[in-house]
Write a protein that binds this ligand. Structure first.
Ligand code: DO4
Ligand code: MG
Length: 298
């Protein structure tokens, strides 16, 4: 069971449930919990998402072809949006051995990465305000002051205000490796800037998803129709439990609109690879969906 957020042709934002090649417009039902993504996440704190979705009579709702929504965002046309509105997006780091090895090569301060991988407390950092997250088919940006940029394909946990994991999506924690590598204190600049976070294409409801700890994640980067990078990992390689990451996120913190937590990258392209203007990045998580974004040099 998958839920998407989309813009209608007149610019309104609606929620929809994906049913094969079609999307039923949940917001058109007039039910208060389908008015916005925040409303739905809040409602899921008392009634499970799957129950909220089965209560609605889909046959009476306006219907869109998924292919009609799955296209480059442009004003005046209906298109998919990131499944995020007011939620803060946080990210975990160095949760896979591949990420730990890559950080140690790029940095002059190697021990911080070794220590955090095995420490009791995970690395968690703020990534984006919900309103700044880009969705499927939008562009992701490359900082003008960086020469070494990579996509980071990550399983995104969709969390409600009660800190329950209610869904999953694909996320891209786009990062500047040279800025982070110069000094770990530069991490926010390596991670947070215009169009540095993409999430989508939709949310798979947790109760109906496959086991989140055995999902295959594929990353493909295309350049002028050629594949210039392809890599694969599995969420089974995450060095911590998903619940542990969420528990630390929630310590002494409140998320009244819910939150998103990216769970770290398990795929890092070779050290001679950097994204370029015009590349296309695809993150495909089996059973969750394919997030495709073009790349733009800022
Ligand atoms: O430690 C810096 C960030 C690492 C990260 O974003 C990741 O492992 O995914
Ligand atoms: Mg990351």
């Amino acid at each position: 069971m998958r839920i998407c957020r989309f813009a209608t042709g007149d610019g309104a934002v609606h929620l929809g449930v994906i049913d094969g090649r079609h999307v039923h417009d949940l917001t058109a039902s007039g039910l208060a919990h389908f008015a916005s993504w925040t409303d739905l996440l809040r409602a899921s704190a008392t009634t499970p998402l799957a129950a909220l979705l089965t209560e609605v009579a889909l046959g009476n709702l306006p219907i869109y072809a998924y292919s009609e929504l799955d296209r480059t965002p442009s004003p005046g046309t209906a298109h998919l949006l990131a499944p995020v509105d007011r939620q803060e997006v946080w990210a975990a780091g160095v949760t896979y051995a591949w990420s730990r090895e890559a950080r140690m090569r790029e940095t002059r301060t190697k021990d911080v990465y070794v220590r955090v991988y095995d420490a009791q407390r995970p690395e968690l950092f703020f990534k984006a305000l919900g309103e700044k997250v880009v969705g499927p088919n939008d562009w992701i940006g490359l900082r003008h002051d960086s020469r070494w940029n990579v996509p980071e394909p990550e399983l995104a946990l969709i969390i409600n205000p009660s800190l329950e994991i209610v869904g999953y999506a694909a996320g891209n924690d786009v990062s500047s490796r040279d800025i982070e590598g110069e000094n770990p204190l530069y991490l926010p600049q390596a991670k947070i800037y215009r169009h540095s976070c993409a999430i989508g294409p939709a949310v798979t409801v947790a109760e109906t998803a496959l086991d989140a700890r055995s999902l295959t994640i594929n990353l493909t980067v295309r350049r002028a129709a050629k594949t210039v990078f392809q890599g694969e990992t599995s969420t089974s390689k995450i060095h911590r439990s998903l619940e542990e990451l969420v528990t630390y996120l929630g310590y002494n913190n409140d998320f009244p609109y819910g939150a998103v937590l990216l769970t770290g990258t398990g795929i890092v392209p070779g050290d001679d690879f950097t994204l370029q203007n015009g590349d296309v990045v695809e993150i495909d998580i089996a059973g969750i969906g394919l997030l495709r974004n073009s790349v733009r040099q800022l």
